[in-house]
Design a protein around this ligand. Structure first.
Ligand code: SF4
Length: 403
């Protein structure tokens, strides 16, 4: 029996982000199908952070040339105004990250304007049918737009269950300060689906020209895919994107939840794929799950029953860039860790609330103990390890502006 097709996803193979983006929209019926004359269009790419030192921005953020092509198409369709914006991750301000990633010029040249989400006033919106997120704060500009376009980057991400695609890109709509609230496993997957209910993108188009595998979304190796994928059903676009990256779509928890809540089509048999066939662009991505050892051999790990929230940070605590080769370190984490009675360590790091009682025990015995008593410890890691490491110590002050 042939399954009835309930969603359409377009795939275009090619190395030119502008040409591929335009072809994807043409395959979907043209921009006039999504943007009406006089509409105000808001485009939300992934402009999450600067690239780590020595890496180009296009390894980490949606290619601005691809977004510029969409701006042009919206204006050609009759839009009165097209704005482009994002709330970056790690607490960076929009203004500085746009500059770091060279976003402003191509968007302006295409006739669009940048919106600085971190400087926008915030308004509270009800999430229609929200499962666990009933209300969300969003930049005011989001409420003023007639059409919302969602333009993620194809990357791996352990936090969102393997991939960051259309649903995960919506995380940049609410402000960064609201993230710690739900940025924990497995709640995050339900939150992503709630964001889809709130944002309702008219189109989701994945930039998969240069993608990221392994330790995404910021530290993995680049992988050249030369593909752009798009459609009006974000769940179907994510399902096809995941399949192209070598994941079973239902391996991705947010796709599971979205399908259960009837937010889109995840079954590939029910998706009409137009343009390039999946098999012509598919590659198996390196998985993003972090190692359960520390990269420095002089850090001994006692992981106990650490759940995912602490497990993902084992390789980052203590900060691998600050570990001294002549010192001995111990990392204790998780529930009921089995730790020997005597520890040979210059520094003991205790990660997560579950393991926190061990901090006091080893302190009493005269050890130098560094405690990270949070559950999950994401916000602490962001503030103390990720942001300084990515921005570089010198640039941190410049980049991190608390609005
Ligand atoms: S502290 Fe929280 S995140 Fe860490 S292992 Fe315990 S329950 Fe999991």
């Amino acid at each position: 029996l042939k399954a009835e097709k309930q969603a359409t996803v377009a795939i275009v193979k090619g190395a030119d982000p502008r040409a591929s983006a335009k072809q994807v929209v043409e395959l979907l019926g043209g921009m006039k199908k999504f943007v009406k004359p006089n509409d105000f269009v808001l485009i939300k790419p992934n402009i999450v952070s600067p690239a780590p030192p020595g890496r180009p921005p296009e390894d980490v953020v949606t290619d601005p040339q691809l977004v510029a092509a969409l701006v042009e198409q919206c204006l050609e369709a009759g839009a009165r105004k097209v704005m482009v914006g994002d709330n970056p991750g790690l607490g960076f301000s929009s203004r500085v990250i746009y500059e770091e990633t060279s976003y402003e010029e191509p968007i302006r040249e295409a006739g669009g304007e940048m919106s600085y989400f971190t400087e926008e006033p915030l308004v509270k919106l009800k999430v229609p049918g929200g499962h666990l997120t009933r209300e969300a704060r969003v930049p005011k500009i989001f409420t003023e737009a007639d059409v919302f376009l969602n333009i993620p980057k194809m990357k791996t991400n352990s936090m969102s269950g393997g991939v960051t695609l259309g649903m995960k890109n919506l995380v940049g709509v609410p402000p960064f300060e609201d993230r710690p609230e739900w940025h924990r496993w497995p709640e995050i997957h339900y939150h992503l689906v709630d964001l889809l209910k709130l944002c309702k993108p008219a189109l989701t188009i994945i930039d998969g020209i240069i993608a990221m595998e392994g330790r995404g979304p910021m530290a993995g190796p680049a992988i050249r895919m030369d593909v752009v994928i798009g459609g009006p059903d974000t769940v179907a676009v994510d399902a096809v994107g995941a399949e192209i990256m070598g994941f079973e779509p239902m391996e991705i928890p947010s796709i599971q939840v979205a399908e259960r809540e009837d937010m889109g089509v995840a079954d590939l048999n029910r998706i009409d794929v137009v343009g390039t066939p999946i098999s012509e662009v598919q590659k198996r991505f390196m998985r993003p799950i972090g190692p359960v050892i520390h990269p420095s051999p002089n850090v001994k790990v006692y992981p106990g029953g650490a759940c995912y929230g602490c497990q993902v940070w084992i390789s980052m605590v203590p900060n691998p860039f600050e570990v001294k080769p002549d010192k001995k370190y111990v990392l204790i984490t998780g529930q009921r860790p089995r730790v020997p009675d005597q520890l040979e360590a210059d520094e003991i790091w205790v990660l997560g609330k579950c393991a926190d009682p061990y901090a006091k025990k080893w302190e009493k015995r005269g050890h130098e103990v560094h405690s990270v008593p949070y559950c999950p410890p994401h916000a602490w890691i962001t503030d103390n390890i990720l942001r300084p490491t990515i921005a570089g110590r010198d640039k941190m002050e410049m980049l991190y502006t608390k609005e």
